[in-house]
Design a protein around this ligand. Structure first.
Ligand code: ZN
Ligand code: ZN
Length: 248
């Protein structure tokens, strides 16, 4: 299993233009509603307000699309521009309701994720052992998917140790975290909310417990809702139990 977190582009994407990717998730809209597109804030009945590069002209019949699952409508060109601004990984996320189309990936730098069971219990989980996850990401140079391509980024506090109870639910969270790591969604490059340092490796939306025997930082145990919260955060990234089964 590839756990070095450096497999960005899915082979199925080879040769797919951004327009083709976006079109896959859209239904045609014959008469657009009298509403504004929430990406460009211009009426859906008129042209897209997007004025940047990389988006080709579009016929009137195709100027507005409805996302197939959630039903939200946007200018086609606005969705293409949004796609071009992201990872271009073949996935699209509705900016209104956050429904994910395709498989969302992130921009986590290359590194290593390891885990093992340790024979001690976490506070609040007296009946089981614990899982220790060790993340290691070295500093490096930002790629095109990062905020400042070509500039170095720092990586503070690695290896970072994180803990889960070795219970059924804890192991389920671990399986989904392994999927999140493969999809480069555990860390990102940006500005640290604790230190204010920019161009550094930061956590990305999925909370981890970094304290073992105590809870002095608020990132420890006991925390009865923690595993359910993490499952919810992973779901928001498009990762559910089915993903863990498929990727085995
Ligand atoms: Zn628009
Ligand atoms: Zn939506």
């Amino acid at each position: 299993k590839n756990l070095n977190g450096s497999s960005p582009v899915h082979p199925a994407l080879a040769g797919k233009t951004p327009e083709e990717v976006v079109k896959k998730y859209l239904q045609k809209v014959k008469s657009p509603p009298e509403e504004d597109c929430t990406i460009c804030m211009e009426p859906l009945g008129g042209p897209s307000g997007y004025k940047g590069p990389g988006v080709g002209p579009v016929s009137k019949a195709e100027s507005v699309g409805r996302l197939t699952q959630c039903g939200h409508q946007y200018h086609f060109q606005c969705l293409v521009a949004m796609y071009n601004n992201g990872n271009k990984d073949g996935s699209l996320q509705c900016p209104t309701c956050k429904t994910i189309y395709g498989v969302k990936t992130g921009n986590q730098p290359a590194g290593k994720m390891e885990y093992h069971v340790i024979p001690h219990s976490l506070p609040g989980h007296p009946d089981c052992k614990s899982i220790r996850i060790i993340y290691n990401i070295p500093p490096g140079i930002q790629g095109p998917e990062h905020p400042n391509p070509g500039k170095p980024f720092t990586a503070r506090g690695f290896p970072r140790h994180c803990y889960l109870p070795d219970s059924e639910k804890g192991r389920k969270v671990l399986r989904l975290l392994l999927v999140a790591w493969d999809r480069r969604l555990i860390f990102s490059v940006g500005t640290s909310s604790t230190t204010g340092e920019s161009d550094t490796v930061i956590w990305n939306e999925v909370h981890h417990k970094t304290e073992f025997g105590s809870n002095l930082t608020g990132h420890g145990f006991p925390d009865p809702g923690h595993l359910d919260n993490v499952l919810e955060e992973l779901r928001a990234q498009g990762i559910t139990e089915e993903d863990a089964l498929v990727e085995k």
